[in-house]
Design a protein around this ligand. Structure first.
Ligand code: FES
Ligand code: FE2
Length: 480
């Protein structure tokens, strides 16, 4: 029952023992005799965990507070219910009639928090690549939905995702405010507050002056382990601990990208970007290539025209798009494969088919794994949703070990760094501008081109996850 529906006349009048509740000394006395309180702040007698409103002897002002809280809660529930229903309606439209999501999905913090819980925390979020944790003792701090995490490789070589929250008094042991490295190689992770130290698998190894703490056993006090998995060399975490295993969720994604052997690649470029936009703005922009003819008209459109890009049959937990090269580019690749001059770039990945070499393979592993295959490298964008209006992203290039040994590697690296920065700068501009527009009361529900099929598929995934389910497996349906 909503507390807003309870009238103040329903509440018994204050008894003498609760008179002058605002008088500090009386309050203190009450607090001393009735130390506990329930979730509404109502004092409860010993042996009881809660007091119902009719039993409460506090003054009416207390009830007003409770009622106000209830009204705000009701309003939030109504808002979320409407927004979720709108998203479900939008996602159920056929592609030919598809339109953009309501602006609230991009700007409203209440919706963001709900979405973070239902869509992001329940999925697998990519936080690192094994090449960033090469040696035993490697560690890297990463924030996932404001959850402080450290990814480590322990002395036995196993990868862990650990909470950075110290089990002593709750400190984030690698907070930016401390003058300590947030990534590197170490034997122990030491909490700067009282110097408790932890091994790379999270065990408490030392804690000064705790010998008088009765019943204290070091073995009970670890950095909490967050559920993690390594998929194709990428380290993922699942915050709610309930997602189906990645091998199941991303099947057959792993088989499709197997020729790149990403587990053996190395991250060679990392660029950090602070983004004043919602994470979905970034993912939608990443997946649709319609905008090649707009903001990328002088870069990507020249080699992969928007019109020829297409979206593969859909799988419930990832989207695959093809960005084929123009004919003259294909001829250049053919000539190189036939023994002609090397094209600019890193040493090509061995064993790729002509088709794999002459297109970019664009992927979104749901919900946020942005991944791109090319003939000589792969890109991975690590997104950190922070709030409705803010995200952080790290754009990264990975190459094979063979490419790193190639005489042309250093030169290719310089060119790649510039390219990675240039074309993402164009995307940063449009994403920032989209968020500004979404914040306007004049924002309308736009219509989508067929080239924006991935945007529509993202909507379908989000709508399904908001209802604790997944979109249908269209690939499986076709086989059946
Ligand atoms: S809070 Fe970490 S050692 Fe005290
Ligand atoms: Fe782009």
């Amino acid at each position: 029952m909503s507390s807003a529906s309870i009238a103040s006349s329903d509440i018994p009048r204050a008894s003498t023992s609760f008179r002058n509740i605002r008088n500090p000394s009386t309050w203190q006395r009450i607090r001393l005799t009735i130390p506990a309180s329930d979730s509404s702040g109502h004092p409860v007698p010993p042996g009881r965990s809660r007091l119902n409103l009719k039993e409460c002897k506090m003054k009416e002002s207390c009830i007003h507070v409770v009622n106000a809280r209830g009204a705000a809660g009701d309003e939030r529930e109504a808002f979320l219910g409407e927004t979720i229903a709108d998203i479900a309606r939008t996602a159920s439209l056929p592609l030919q009639r598809s339109q953009t999501l309501p602006r609230e999905a991009y700007v409203d913090q209440r919706y963001f928090e709900h979405e973070a819980d239902k869509v992001l925390s329940s999925g697998w979020l990519c936080v690192a690549h094994v090449s960033q944790l090469k040696t035993p003792g490697s560690f890297a701090a990463v924030d996932v939905l404001n959850e402080p995490i450290v990814v480590t490789r322990d002395q036995a070589g196993a990868i862990h995702a650990l909470s950075r929250v110290c089990p002593h008094r709750g400190t984030d042991i690698l907070h930016e405010c401390f003058d300590v490295a947030r990534e590197g190689v170490t034997k122990r992770l030491v909490c700067p507050y009282h110097a408790w130290s932890f091994t790379l698998d999270g065990k408490l190894s030392a804690c000064p002056e705790m010998h008088e703490a009765e019943g204290f056993d070091k073995a009970d006090w670890k950095l909490a382990e967050i559920r993690s998995e390594v998929w194709q060399g990428f380290v993922f975490v699942n915050l709610d601990g309930k997602a189906p295993p990645l091998a199941e969720q991303y099947e057959p994604f792993a088989r499709i990208v197997a020729p790149w052997n990403t587990a053996d690649m190395e991250v060679v470029i990392e660029l950090d970007w602070t983004c004043d936009f919602n994470w979905k703005v970034l993912c939608e922009n990443w997946m649709e290539s319609y905008h090649h003819m707009g903001i990328h008209h002088d870069t990507l459109q020249l080699t992969m025209p928007a019109r020829t890009t297409w979206t593969d049959v859909s799988y419930p937990n990832f989207i695959r798009c093809h960005l084929p090269f123009r004919e003259e580019e294909i001829e250049r690749v053919k000539a190189e494969r036939a023994g002609g001059p090397r094209l600019p770039g890193f040493k090509p990945i061995e064993g790729l088919s002509l088709e794999q070499e002459t297109e970019w393979g664009l992927y979104l592993g749901m919900p946020t794994f942005m991944f791109l295959t090319m003939r000589d490298r792969v890109l991975w964008y690590r997104v950190e949703p922070i709030s409705a209006q803010r995200s952080r992203v790290k754009t990264m290039t990975l190459v094979s070990k063979e490419a790193m040994q190639d005489p042309g590697y250093e030169e290719a690296l310089v060119t790649e760094r510039k390219m990675l920065s240039d074309f993402h700068s164009q995307d940063m501009q449009v994403n920032t501008a989209v968020q500004r527009g979404m914040n306007s009361s004049r924002a309308v529900r736009g219509r989508l081109s067929h080239l924006e099929e991935p945007v529509w598929r993202i909507q379908r995934y989000i709508a399904a996850r908001l209802h604790d389910t997944y979109p249908p497996n269209e690939a499986q349906a076709r086989v059946a």
